[in-house]
Design a protein. Structure first.
Length: 109
């Protein structure tokens, strides 16, 4: 879902609910997480957004392992960008802390 940003520094806010990993990580969890990223990118493109920022979807209290979530996020975003012509020219991975920052820096090189 997309809503106005109101008093936030962003014009729009994309909302998604990632999978909750409560009984062990499964392929269904992985596909649901990929779907979150693809759906948000589709919605951003439909609304001609130029920049998109993602938090660490489903990590934290939803218990998706941070390393695998980051790998899925980066791979899914890269694949989507490579296969779509859109207004999106910048994707930011906004992290919760230094551990997440190190994970993304390692993946992104």
């Amino acid at each position: 879902k997309i809503t106005p940003g109101f008093c936030l520094p962003a014009k729009d806010v994309l909302h998604t609910v990632g999978p909750i990993v409560d009984t062990g990580l499964t392929d269904e969890h992985r596909e649901l997480l990929r779907s979150c990223y693809r759906s948000c990118l589709d919605l951003a493109a439909e609304n001609n957004l130029g920049n998109v920022a993602f938090c660490c979807i489903s990590t934290g209290v939803f218990c998706f392992p941070a390393e695998e979530a980051a790998e899925i996020a980066v791979k899914t975003v890269r694949e989507w960008l490579d296969s779509h012509e859109s207004s999106i020219n910048k994707v930011i991975f906004n992290v919760f802390g230094n551990r997440d920052k190190a994970i993304y820096e390692s993946i992104l090189g």
